[in-house]
Design a binder for this molecule. Sequence first.
Ligand code: SF4
Ligand code: SF4
Length: 226
Amino acid sequence: MIVAEQKKLDEIKAMLAPYQRILVLGCGTCVTVCFAGGEKEVGILASTLRMAFRLEGQEKTILEATVQRQCEYEYNAAIQDKLKDVDVVLSLACGIGVQTMNEQFPYMRTAPGLNTSFLGQPMEQGVWAERCQACGNCVLDRTGGICPIARCSKSLLNGPCGGSANGKCEISKDVDCAWQLIYDRLKSLNMLHLMEEITPEKDWGTSRDGGPRTIVREDLRIGKAQ
Ligand code: SF4
Ligand code: SF4
């Protein structure tokens, strides 16, 4: 899932300062699950903003809505009528939702209310951890299912650096060394021979370093399906 956090209230207020009528727009998928931008968070933030502006002597109109997935035109179409009543949308979706709204409704400014953080996994109530950086060429088959790109601080592909000590990463004693985790996992699977195979230089062109990517599935395009 995409994990995000709400921006600080002062930053949100500064973005909204020039506008009188505001729509706080949530997203019902990833950011609902990580408690950053679902219907509940929309309600809380809208109330907080009303109070905060009122305390400063400003009466702004703050509307609320939540769509199922803000990254799809089909779902955003449901709130199109509300846009005529506002000057700006404050999106509580990930950055994909914010960009989708700006593309779909170019006459309306949609501003980000969240900081999109990473592709992660819920670990326990209130804790999420990064697990994938969408590199476009997955190597989990060679690493016991542990991602060295997202979980090693240097994204090393051939074993640990010299900073690995007592199973921890050199950046913090609270962070596991990914390559220690990979070693332990491969050992438990009787697959330690994989540690001896050199992973060739990675083509980072398949990751975000290679520029914006588009995946086209011809078989799924309208008029092309079998
Ligand atoms: S190897 Fe690449 S695709 Fe696989 S989990 Fe890691 S970043 Fe994601
Ligand atoms: S200590 Fe381990 S996780 Fe940290 S940068 Fe080195 S190899 Fe990567």
